[in-house]
Write a protein that binds this ligand. Structure first.
Ligand code: NAD
Length: 469
């Protein structure tokens, strides 16, 4: 798209019911989103069912070429997409935010297009020859959240398309415009019918999950919705990849250098203003360096500008919606009332428009405080003091979620040993949340199941077929 106005016009409905989407930083209108119903969903699914065989028949090379062109299309419209994402989601253009997210869309499309996937010879002993192939599933339903709406949509649909499936996307009700615009741009390079968006409410998501023509659901969102999807998909025995909530622990070992790790700790926790599934949400610091880490982290955090995402200076933005703002505010208030020490923030300026909650660091907090035990999904980090590594590992593993975790240390072998004891899908060392399209990503425990990214992520969008003979 040549201009932001052209991008917005391309997704503005000309008929049917609409909903006005408001900028969470200002309360101003961003645009009109369609309100698609179940009939629209049926049409989209029918279109996908009829387009999918032709797409599958193209083969990997042609599909990969189309996905590479789609990545180029994203780059051509990158600035306009970032502007819309910033207005609708709230995240700033700069920092690891809107421009970064659009860049990630192109990167993940290219990775899904280029990762090799060969048939595997499992047995070839002269008598038996067995090969493992991956066939298209058919039509994949992609249901996403509001925190990284464009990037997570690409995570779901890029491997689906590469593997020869069609995809029907159900974006979050909070961020439909970003997904509609992204898919419009991708469809500049994709054949008709194989990628569509149904911008409806939960009933549309629920119907996708029990629709007989949908073979797989890629879902990213809350654990509660994930459980509902498991149940409603049972009758049609759908394949599922579930990326659910997390409450990631970080453990700072006593030999870590507080000054050296402070900036990475900060971004591990506060990327996207804390609204990130695999963000650092509970920080365990050894008592020997507890005060030093608190001081260094406070210095870094206090210097990070928060405000309207369209202001080039800002790197932190508002919460995306009022419900999430209330979750964060209530958890910090409860921590304060329980006697925890607020090092920074905790005092929102309610006279200003927008769902801004200040960057908040909370020290001397008990491990069972709700700000530690529940997913805050916002800019408030509890810092818990520990005495022994065994104690820290036990606390890190105590919850029923396990998406990511991190260990911070100057001693890599020691950090790896601690990492191996943590129950999480990914344990990073001296970083947190560093996803990579080449490296599989998925949750342990109630953070979900199934892997995304890398060759494992491609295989998850195929039906394994053994040819034996
Ligand atoms: P949510 O579960 O409320 O909604 C996610 C999507 O599911 C939305 O599109 C919604 O309309 C749809 N939905 C709601 N009910 C449904 C139903 N019964 N059937 C089918 N679809 C339904 O989640 P959210 O509030 O948008 O996102 C925040 C949550 O997502 C957090 O818990 C966060 O940790 C998690 N998340 C996880 C990852 C990950 O990769 N693990 C990434 C981002 C966000």
């Amino acid at each position: 798209m040549e201009t932001y106005d052209a991008l917005l016009a391309s997704i503005t409905p000309t008929a049917g019911p609409t909903r006005t989407i408001l900028n969470p930083a200002t309360g101003e209108a961003v645009g009109e989103a369609p309100v698609h119903d179940l009939e629209y969903l049926e049409q989209s699914v029918a279109g996908a069912v009829s387009a999918q065989p032709g797409w599958a028949a193209l083969g990997h090379d042609a599909r990969s070429a189309a996905l590479l062109k789609a990545a180029d299309a994203v780059e051509r419209s990158a600035e306009e997409l970032a502007q819309l994402l910033s207005r609708e989601q709230g995240k700033p253009l700069n920092g690891p935010n809107a421009r970064f997210e659009v860049g990630a869309c192109a990167a993940w499309l290219r990775a899904a297009a280029t990762i090799p996937l060969e048939a595997e010879t499992i047995v070839d002993d002269g008598q038996t020859r067995a090969e493992l192939h991956y066939k298209p599933i058919g039509v994949v339903g992609a249901i996403g959240p509001w925190n990284w709406p464009m990037m997570i949509t690409v995570w779901q649909i890029a491997p689906a398309l590469r593997m020869g499936n069609a995809a029907v996307v159900k974006p979050s009700e909070y961020t439909p415009l970003s997904v509609l615009a992204l898919v419009n741009v991708l469809n500049e390079e994709l054949p008709d019918g194989i990628l569509s968006v149904v911008a409806g409410g939960r009933e549309v998501g629920a119907r996708l999950t029990n629709h007989p023509a949908i073979g797989k659901i890629m879902f990213t969102g809350s654990t509660a919705t994930g459980k509902a999807i498991i149940k409603s998909s049972a009758d049609t025995v759908k394949r599922l990849t579930l990326e659910l909530g997390g409450n990631d622990a970080g453990i700072v070992l006593p030999d870590a250098d507080p000054k050296a790790i402070a900036a990475d700790l900060f971004w591990g926790a506060f990327i996207n203003t804390g609204q990130t599934c695999a963000a650092l949400k509970r920080l365990y610091v050894h008592e020997d360096i507890y005060d030093a880490v608190c001081d260094e982290l406070t210095a870094v955090a206090a210097a990070m500008p928060m405000g309207n995402g369209l202001d080039e200076d800002n790197v932190l933005g508002p919460l995306q919606n009022k419900a999430q703002y209330d979750v964060v505010a209530n958890l910090v208030n409860a921590a304060r009332e329980a006697g925890a020490r607020i090092l920074l923030g905790g005092n929102p300026d309610t006279s200003q428009p927008g769902y801004f909650y200040p960057t908040t660091l909370v020290a001397d907090i008990d491990n069972d405080n709700p700000l530690v035990a529940e997913e805050q999904f916002g800019p408030a980090l509890p810092i818990i003091r520990y005495s022994t590594v065994d104690e820290a590992v036990e606390k890190a593993n105590a919850l029923d979620v396990g998406l990511g975790a991190s260990v911070w240390s100057s001693n890599l072998p020691a950090a790896r040993e601690v990492a191996a004891r943590i129950q999480a899908g990914t344990v990073w060392i001296n970083k947190h949340g560093a996803v990579d399209p080449r490296i599989p990503f998925g949750g342990a425990k109630q953070s979900g199941y199934g892997l995304e990214f890398g060759v494992e992520g491609l295989k998850a969008l195929g039906v394994p077929q053994v040819i034996n003979g």
